[in-house]
Design a protein around this ligand. Structure first.
Ligand code: ZN
Length: 374
C-alpha cells in the first residue's frame, strides 16, 4: 500500500462508521418506541401476603402504604408494576396536573379553584396509576421547580410540578427506598404529614395537594430505612424465595412462556386479571358499609398492648386494614382472621425493642392473644 492510498482509505473510513451510528440510532429509536409488555400480576406464583398488602391499599388508600422487603429476584417490582393494570378508576378534574378530587373542594389546587370560580370544572374517570420515584431523582424533579424570576412576574405559572404532583391520589413507587437521599425522605415525610407538598425558594412558597400511597421495596442487605419513614408506611411484608419445588418449577415455566410469547401469556391470564379487577371494585364499593364492632376494636387494642407498640397509629392501621380485608373477602363483618392478617402486616416493624433484646414478631403469639389464651 502506498501513501497516496492511505489518504483515500481515511476518506473512506467515515462511511461505515456513519452507517453503524445510524443503525445504532435506529435501534435506540425502536427501543424507546417499544412499550414494555407487562407481566400480569395474577401470573405471579405465591407471595400471597405481598400481593394482598398491595391490593388492600388499592382498595383503601387511607391504609397508608406498603414496604416490601426481600432479596433480589422475588417479584417485588413485577408485583408493584403489575398492580397498575388492576387499579380501580378515580374521578379527577380534567386537565389538572395534580389529579384534584372533584368531591374534595377543600384540597383543590389553585388552578382548580380558579376553574371552579369560572364554572369550568369538568370531571373525568381515569385509572389510578403507579408513579415511579427513581432513587437518583433531583430535588426539583421530586418536589417540583420554581422559577423565582418568573414567579415574581407571573405568580404560580412559574411552578413546574414534579413527581409528587403526579403521584397525588395515586401510588408512589420507590424501588430501593432505603437508598433514597435524605432530602427526598424529608420531602416524603413532610408530604405524608400534611398531604400537601410545599416548595419554598427565596421567600416564595407554592403548595399543592400531595396525598399518595407510598409503596417501597428494598433489599435489607443494602441498608435499613430511616425509622421516621418506616413508621409512616402502614404495612410491611417480607418476601422470600419460594422453597416449594412444584411452585419453583411453575415459576420457571411461566417465565419462559412469558419470554417466548408475552402477548399469548397475557391472553392466558386475561380472565384472572378481569376477576381480580372486579373483586377490587366490589370491595371498594362495599367498604363504606363495613364498620368495626366494639369487640373488634377491643381485640385490636389488646394486640397492640401485648406487642408493646409505640403510640396508637398501629391500632388505627390494623382497624383500617382488617376492614379492607373483610371487604376484599366479601364479608360484611370483620372477623378475628381479618384482624390477624392485618396485624401480621402492621406489627412487625412497630414493636418497641428493649436494649440488647431481639424481640421477634411471632404469629403464634398473635393468635394466642386474639384467642384469649394469653
Ligand atoms: Zn387541581
Amino acid at each position: 500500500m502506498s501513501f497516496t492510498n492511505i489518504a483515500g482509505t481515511i476518506r473512506e473510513v467515515p462511511k461505515p462508521v456513519e452507517k453503524k451510528r445510524t443503525t445504532f440510532d435506529e435501534i435506540q429509536k425502536t427501543a424507546t418506541k417499544t412499550k414494555r409488555v407487562m407481566y400480569p400480576i395474577s401470573g405471579i406464583v405465591g407471595q400471597e401476603m405481598m400481593l394482598r398488602a398491595l391490593i388492600l391499599n388499592a382498595i383503601n388508600p387511607s391504609i397508608g402504604g406498603v414496604l416490601v422487603r426481600g432479596q433480589k429476584g422475588t417479584a417485588k417490582s413485577t408485583a408493584v408494576r403489575g398492580l397498575a393494570e388492576i387499579l380501580p378508576e378515580i374521578e379527577v378534574i380534567s386537565g389538572c396536573k395534580y389529579n384534584c378530587d372533584p368531591m374534595d373542594t377543600d384540597t383543590f389546587c389553585w388552578e382548580c379553584v380558579d376553574k371552579q370560580r369560572k364554572g369550568q370544572i369538568k370531571v373525568e374517570k381515569v385509572p389510578m396509576k403507579v408513579v415511579d420515584l427513581p432513587v437518583g431523582a433531583t430535588e426539583d424533579r421530586v418536589v417540583g421547580s420554581l422559577d423565582i424570576e418568573k414567579a415574581v412576574k407571573e405568580g404560580t405559572q412559574a411552578f413546574e410540578p414534579g413527581i409528587l404532583a403526579n403521584a397525588n391520589r395515586n401510588i408512589l413507587y420507590v424501588d430501593e427506598i432505603n437508598l433514597l437521599d435524605d432530602f427526598v425522605v424529608d420531602a416524603l415525610l413532610d408530604a405524608a404529614a400534611m398531604n400537601v407538598n410545599t416548595v419554598e425558594r427565596e421567600g416564595i412558597s407554592v403548595s399543592h395537594p400531595a396525598n399518595f400511597i407510598i409503596v417501597g421495596s428494598m433489599n435489607p442487605e443494602e441498608g435499613e430505612l430511616r425509622p421516621q419513614l418506616l413508621d409512616r408506611i402502614a404495612l410491611q411484608v417480607e418476601v422470600e424465595g419460594i422453597i416449594d419445588i412444584e411452585q419453583r418449577v411453575e415459576i420457571i415455566e411461566r417465565r419462559n412462556h412469558f419470554n417466548d410469547d408475552p402477548q399469548g401469556f397475557r391472553r392466558d391470564f386475561e380472565s384472572e386479571q378481569d376477576k381480580l379487577r372486579a373483586k377490587i371494585l366490589k370491595a371498594k364499593q362495599a367498604i363504606g358499609r363495613i364498620s368495626a364492632t366494639r369487640d373488634n376494636l377491643r381485640t385490636i387494642a389488646k394486640i397492640c398492648v401485648a406487642f408493646n407498640v409505640d403510640g396508637h397509629r398501629a391500632d388505627i392501621m390494623i382497624e383500617r386494614t382488617a376492614r379492607t380485608n373483610a371487604a376484599y373477602e366479601g364479608r360484611e363483618r370483620i372477623t378475628n382472621e381479618d384482624i390477624i392478617e392485618a396485624a401480621e402486616m402492621v406489627l412487625p416493624h412497630r414493636m418497641r425493642k428493649k436494649p440488647f433484646e431481639e424481640e421477634e414478631f411471632s404469629a403464634e403469639q398473635l393468635r394466642a392473644v386474639v384467642n384469649g389464651t394469653v
